[in-house]
Unconditional design. Structure first.
Length: 116
């Protein structure tokens, strides 16, 4: 939007920003009609800003964090699955190891028999 329209939003109590600004940065209208930055310092307005047409209304976004109970439950489930997975890998490993040990014993047995 053009600055003229953005100025009307400022007067109505909205916060405005430009897309190139850092996240969380905006202008708002302070007392006596002074345009202020996010931190309360007066804004320095340049002519190119007044002429630009990419002004936006600033909407605050809050970072949502999952409840601690849910995080704890996820940790418990993940730990349980990891234990089960590692146990299954261990079982599969020993199963394969026994299978190959039997083949080696069998091959040794037949190898000795054939060499006699």
């Amino acid at each position: 939007m053009k600055f003229e329209l953005a100025k009307n939003f400022l007067k109505a109590g909205y916060k405005i920003k430009k897309p190139c600004w850092q996240e969380g940065s905006y202008w708002y209208l302070g007392g006596l009609g002074i345009i202020l930055w996010t931190d309360g310092t007066p804004a320095k307005i340049h002519l190119r800003q007044l002429e630009s047409e990419d002004w936006r209304i600033y909407y605050e976004t809050k970072k949502l964090e999952p409840p601690k109970e849910l995080l704890r439950e996820i940790d418990e489930v993940t730990t349980k699955h990891l234990k089960e997975f590692s146990e299954q890998i261990r079982k599969d490993f020993y199963k394969i190891k026994r299978k190959y040990e039997e083949k080696i014993k069998h091959a040794d047995y037949w190898g000795k028999k054939l060499s006699k």
